[in-house]
Design a binder for this molecule. Structure first.
Ligand SMILES: [Zn+2]
Length: 126
């Protein structure tokens, strides 16, 4: 469920465990000591990739490759919003995102996985 992944993603950000490497890369911890590398290509801030860093190389994050947006990417989105002093909410469809954007005076964006068909709508507001 999106709601549960968002709650887990928020907890990781609140614990100060997300580290920005550069303008388009973040390190996010996962379960059992795993480390994930979340990236987007320059100019493609809405197309997010997530890889498990094995220490020897990178493997596709399974959570971001199965039709969802993984919690590591969600953590990164929350981290980015927080850094720019915005609030962020997540919606599973465009209609809900538009409704929320109207309600809070925010902007909606579609975030896609660079690895599969996963997507999530976000609403960003002050
Ligand atoms: Zn991931």
């Amino acid at each position: 469920m999106l709601k549960e992944r968002v709650a887990q993603a928020k907890a990781v950000v609140q614990a100060g465990l997300v580290h920005q490497i550069n303008a388009s890369a973040w390190k996010v911890p996962g379960s059992r000591g795993k480390q994930y590398l979340v990236t987007h290509r320059s100019g493609e801030t809405a197309r997010m990739r997530c890889d498990l860093d094995t220490g020897y190389g990178l493997l596709d994050c399974r959570g971001n490759s199965n039709g969802h947006i993984c919690k590591h990417v969600l953590s990164t989105l929350i981290f980015r919003a927080k850094k720019s002093k915005h609030n962020i909410s997540f919606c599973t469809n465009k209609r809900d995102a538009q409704r929320l954007a109207n309600l809070v005076g925010g902007q909606k964006f579609l975030i896609r996985s660079a690895q599969n068909r996963g997507k999530v709508w976000v609403v960003v507001y002050k």
